[in-house]
Design a protein around this ligand. Structure first.
Ligand SMILES: [Fe+2]
Length: 395
């Protein structure tokens, strides 16, 4: 594979394909349909979108001639069309099955002893695009990020999320209050301990990111816990791959029901991507309903679930912290699990607010911020101009 700094030194027709050679010795054959659908024949220069119906190109399309000229290649095809394709497009083509939380950021699995960067302060986050880029990059690396000093006010968490994108509204509303309720519909709204879990696996799509913001916490107990699902999956794969396989293939149902909502979704505790990477972790003991499968299958599933849960609780994986007023946590709800120790409701008040962000919203904001960071200052777009639905948000 050619390196990022290599340049094209040769083009050769290997009918019907085109073979490119780079200065570092790398070579690659390109399919004629791929070349035409990514060339100026098919791509609208203003939007970057495809204007041709590429699925109608003849399957026996061939490259007739190719000419390298100043960073682009002029290609003539057997259907009589000619178009240019930038050399850079040949090295930056879309990777098959690449659905990393944020593109180009490699997740770093962590445990209790892993040193995590200092919290980001809200003033920096609000004022500086680079601080917001830093926050979202950390979110992709570690699956969570803390922001200190977020205004302690009803809806204060929106001062963070509005700078990322629109939040996901659910049947619980735009923002949920997490505190002891008189007639709770969810165990979260009690003073009891909450086991490690991901949020709302009974929804489809599952909320991509959970945002928690502390307004008040004067109770005894109630410490919060956080664990990296990637680390737990990796441990299970090493010590008992057959158990990991069992929790990857069995699809329990997750369900939430109250007077106004019936939410159900079936999915495995660990879902992998096409390339084997963990796409999503689901774990929610209080909302999980396992089908009465053949007993041999359940033997494996229950053993896998038990071992996975033990890893999620293990002292060398778990980070424990206490929410203080103004502290805000964003978690990757496809990767990290969180919980809470029980607390004494008579000892004070514990009040958090919660909302969700979809995955595409966070990824989009990261890409916009990254694009701004990469551009030279004179090319940077004004801070008030953004793309798409998040137009109210500053980059
Ligand atoms: Fe939760």
């Amino acid at each position: 594979m050619q390196s990022g700094t290599a340049h094209i030194v040769g083009v050769e027709i290997t009918a019907p394909h085109l073979c490119i050679t780079w200065s570092d010795g790398g070579t690659k054959q390109f399919h004629p349909i791929w070349l035409q659908e990514n060339s100026s024949v098919a791509i609208d220069p203003n939007t970057g979108q495809r204007k041709d119906e590429a699925f109608e190109y003849p399957l026996d399309l061939a490259v007739i001639s190719a000419e390298l000229d100043a960073g682009s290649i002029l290609v003539t095809f057997s259907n009589g069309k000619s178009g240019t394709i930038a050399a850079a497009a040949l090295t930056s083509s879309v990777a098959e099955g690449s659905n990393l939380p944020l593109p180009d950021v490699v997740p770093q699995p962590w445990g209790a002893a892993t040193e995590i960067p200092e919290h980001i302060h809200f003033h920096d986050f609000a004022a500086a695009p680079d601080s917001r880029l830093d926050a979202l990059t950390r979110l992709a690396q570690f699956g969570f990020v803390f922001i200190d000093g977020v205004p302690v006010a009803d809806g204060g968490l929106l001062q963070v999320t509005d700078r990322i994108g629109p939040i996901k509204e659910t049947n619980f509303g735009r923002i949920e209050d997490v505190k002891v309720a008189l007639n709770p519909t969810d165990l979260t709204l009690t003073a009891g301990g909450i086991e490690m879990h991901t949020d709302n696996p009974y929804r489809w799509p599952t909320p991509g990111y959970t945002v928690l913001h502390c307004l008040q916490n004067t109770v005894q107990g109630g410490e919060s816990t956080l664990v990296d699902g990637l680390t737990a999956v990796s441990r299970l794969e090493t010590e008992a791959p057959e158990l990991l396989s069992a929790i990857c293939r069995t699809r329990p149902q997750f369900r939430y029901e109250d007077r106004h909502a019936v939410l159900e979704f079936s999915g495995p505790l660990v879902e992998r991507d096409i390339d084997g990477r963990v796409r999503q972790v689901r774990f929610s003991n209080r909302t999980e309903y396992v089908p009465a499968l053949p007993v041999d299958e359940l033997d494996q599933y229950y053993a896998g679930r038990q071992r996975f849960a033990a890893l999620l609780r293990s002292a060398d994986l778990l980070k424990q912290f206490r929410f203080v007023p103004g502290l805000l946590l964003i978690m990757d709800n496809f990767r990290c699990l969180h919980g809470r120790m029980p607390y004494d409701a008579g000892s004070g008040t514990r009040h958090l607010q919660l909302c969700f962000l979809d995955r595409d919203v966070v990824t989009s904001r990261w890409r916009v911020l990254n694009r701004m960071h990469d551009l030279t200052p004179e090319l940077q777009r004004p801070a008030t101009v953004t793309d798409g639905p998040g137009q109210h948000a500053t980059p």
